[in-house]
Write a protein that binds this ligand. Structure first.
Ligand code: SUG
Length: 445
């Protein structure tokens, strides 16, 4: 059946800040305590969404979560009025307040793993929000994420929703950031490539030494089971521990796939040959086109610095592919030269577009981190909530909304300010009205 790939970008929330919360994510560590600009961050994201919608691509938006998240602070023992909870958390341990205030749900590649209906046993689109249990500030996302996805994709005839996996390290799950789908066409059965960093039950399997591996093989297997994926639709691959130790905390920092093309760095996978062979054996109706980037062209460090592979690989209306990269790729000379050569060589990637996403990039989130891909056929598109799809009118409304509610400067000490909490709630309350989502936040209930 005819289908499209819809990209749902996370709208950056009003508390976007740099708290250095993600050990193993080089940008997050480097920019700890920098002053952020939430207004600029949200604008940068919206401009990317609008530009891709203008190209005729199917583009949606997912709302930010309620932050600072008072229910989390209360759950870990802070009490009193909202202002007292904020003040007490700030005094006791500012990192806890930062964690409860992070706008990290903007990186919707980590929101969930999604299997299109063409792959699943019951012919429905399956969603499992990621438990994100490797990091406290991200582990609080999945409940709201689940609620938002269930509100947007509500019809049970077409959509199936699972709760996040159990929140223990053996089921560490980071969602679509470690999941790529290859296919002949979006509406045909494809191959879902699940990439993990460690095996929880196999002590002898190789692991990174310096930085944590967030995703487990056991989590990948559980999701493939939950989604009813037949063997021929799944490939499980281990990430190269060397890459994780260089700062590749998710596979989408070192590889991206679309259609029959896999664009990846030679150090992405522990066993590259086996990954390609398994995909080739299972990919029906198309020949895999691997675009392998050699370390001699782009070293791991430059890949992490530029986020070359955290690009969006998109199919244009004419069937050729577009690579959406962050400005940092053009600021890194050998990566920029590589991109020029890539387009010139006449392969499937015909065009490169560059976006300024600096506010998100400084926390380790590039173009691919900011979007969740959902392949949908025509009936499924009709069945989903239309209010979140990007149009000229929605873009204008959201730009004005950002202008009205967002600060242009935020530092750690502002997080305890009760007026930031009030402004954020007012903003989100207005947003649910704009997007027609109803009461999705705890403070609205
Ligand atoms: O989980 N950064 C996020 C970045 C996620 C990027 N997503 C993908 N690669 N798909 C993370 O490490 C930093 C927040 C801070 O330090 O304030 C943060 O959560």
């Amino acid at each position: 059946m005819k289908a499209v790939e819809a990209n749902f970008d996370g709208l950056v929330g009003p508390t976007h800040n740099y708290a250095g919360l993600s050990w193993g994510n080089v940008a997050s560590q480097t920019n700890v305590n920098a002053v952020s600009n939430p207004r600029e961050a949200a604008r940068q994201g919206l401009l990317k969404m609008k530009a891709l919608a203008d190209l005729g691509l199917t583009q949606g938006v997912l709302p930010p979560h309620e932050r600072p998240h008072l229910p989390t602070l209360r759950r870990i023992g802070f009490s009193g009025s909202d202002a007292e909870v904020l003040a007490e958390a700030e005094k006791t341990d500012p990192v806890l307040l930062s964690a409860a205030s992070s706008a990290s749900c903007m990186w919707t590649a980590n929101a969930a793993t999604v299997s299109p209906s063409a792959d699943t046993a019951d012919g429905r689109v399956h969603f499992t929000p990621a438990n994100l249990n490797a990091k406290f500030h991200r582990s609080i996302e999945h409940e709201t994420t689940g609620r938002v996805l269930q509100t947007i994709f509500a019809n049970p005839q077409y959509f199936a929703h699972h709760p996040a996996l159990p929140a223990v390290s053996q089921f560490g799950d980071e969602g679509a950031a470690n999941h790529t789908r290859l296919c002949a066409a979006y509406g045909e059965p494809g191959v879902e490539l699940f990439v993990y960093g460690r095996e929880a039950f196999n002590e002898s399997a190789p692991r990174p030494i310096r930085y944590p591996a967030r995703q487990t093989r056991e989590a990948c297997e559980a999701i493939a089971r939950l989604h009813g994926l037949p063997e021929r639709c799944q490939v499980l691959a281990q990430q190269n521990p060397e890459a994780i130790d260089a700062g590749v905390f998710h596979n989408d920092v070192i590889a991206v796939g679309n259609g029959n093309v896999l664009f990846y760095h030679e150090r992405a996978f522990l066993d590259e040959e086996w990954v390609l062979t398994d995909i080739r054996g299972k990919l029906a109706g198309a020949q895999l086109v691997p675009i392998r980037v050699a370390a001699s062209d782009v070293g791991l460090q430059d890949a992490v610095k530029s986020y070359l592979f955290n690009s969006q690989l998109l199919t244009r209306q004419d069937g050729r592919m577009l690579l959406v990269v962050p400005q940092e790729c053009r600021d890194t000379p050998n990566v920029s030269a590589y991109l020029d050569a890539l387009v010139a060589d006449g392969g499937p990637i015909a065009e490169v577009r560059t976006f300024d996403l600096k506010q998100s990039m400084q926390n380790g989130g590039g173009p691919a981190c900011l979007r969740l891909r959902v392949a949908l056929n025509e009936s499924e598109l009709q069945a989903m909530h239309p209010g979140v799809m990007m149009t000229d009118a929605l873009f204008e409304q959201l730009m004005q909304w950002v202008e009205r509610y967002y600060r242009d400067r935020l530092s750690q000490k502002d997080l305890a300010d009760p007026s930031l909490l009030r402004e954020s709630r007012e903003a989100l309350d207005a947003l649910t009205g704009i997007l027609g989502l109803g009461s999705i936040y705890e403070f609205q209930r």
